[in-house]
Design a protein around this ligand. Structure first.
Ligand SMILES: C[S@@+](CC[C@H](N)C(=O)[O-])C[C@H]1O[C@@H](n2cnc3c(N)ncnc32)[C@H](O)[C@@H]1O
Length: 209
């Protein structure tokens, strides 16, 4: 079993999935508030952990389907236990080999993509899974401009690809996206990096053609 899967299987069982929900929640919710979910839409969360974003999104009136995937089977089991509506669905798969017939209006990912074996392969897959005009919101706290988080790789001791904001933008361009970025800061947080650098969201829009 690969190290990423093994680590997050453990995290699913020792309460760390819920800690991530708390730790990531504020900035993610702040970001999601800037998205207008007015028209009927479908949503995919890549590396959904315990499924907290999926449950939140499924509550949006215009949401038709809110699907979470994770390469950790234990995370998916946790998510399935917490299902609150018929709009929610969870699958145990990694994004690289995800097999799905439909296409999504929005794809989201928080603190997940940099664990992929190849960010390029994952991004190409995400691009294909989006409808024309669809958007991918990719949140990361771990980026090289955010110096305080760069030591996480030594602590985690698993595959984590460290890139700068500029490099992330380059990956998105290469996959075919129009790209924008947004840094969401938490000005009252006790952690300096949360106040000064915050979560980097790379926003990729698939051209309409
Ligand atoms: C740091 S956790 C974040 C979980 C969740 N997004 C959150 O904010 O609470 C990263 C998650 O991504 C999953 N993951 C990592 N690489 C993945 C991949 N290639 N495909 C699908 N899931 C992946 C891990 O199993 C883990 O549950």
């Amino acid at each position: 079993m690969d190290g990423v899967r093994k680590t997050f299987d453990e995290w699913a069982q020792n309460g760390k999935a819920e800690s991530m929900e708390t730790e990531h929640g504020k900035n993610v919710l702040k970001f999601l508030k800037t998205v207008s979910f007015d028209n009927p839409f479908t949503f995919l969360d890549v590396g959904c952990g315990n499924g907290w974003v999926i449950r939140k999104i499924a509550k949006e009136e215009s949401c038709k389907k809110s699907i979470g995937i994770d390469k950790s089977k234990k995370m998916i089991m946790q998510s399935q236990k917490k299902i609150e509506s018929q709009k929610e669905e969870f699958f145990h798969t990694d994004i690289e080999s995800m097999d799905y017939k439909g296409k999504f209006d929005y794809i989201f990912s928080m603190e997940s993509l940099y664990y992929a074996d190849s960010i390029e392969v994952a991004l190409n897959r995400i691009y294909k899974l989006l409808k024309p005009g669809g958007q991918f919101f990719c949140g990361t706290d771990f980026y090289s401009d955010n110096k305080a988080t760069t030591r996480w790789r030594d602590i985690m001791k698993i595959q984590m690809h460290l890139h700068s904001k500029k490099e992330w933008k380059g990956f998105f361009h290469k996959a075919g996206f129009y790209v924008k970025t947004k840094q969401v800061k938490d000005t009252t947080n006790t952690k300096k990096w949360k106040r000064e650098m915050g979560t980097l969201f790379i926003i990729g829009t698939k051209p309409e053609k």
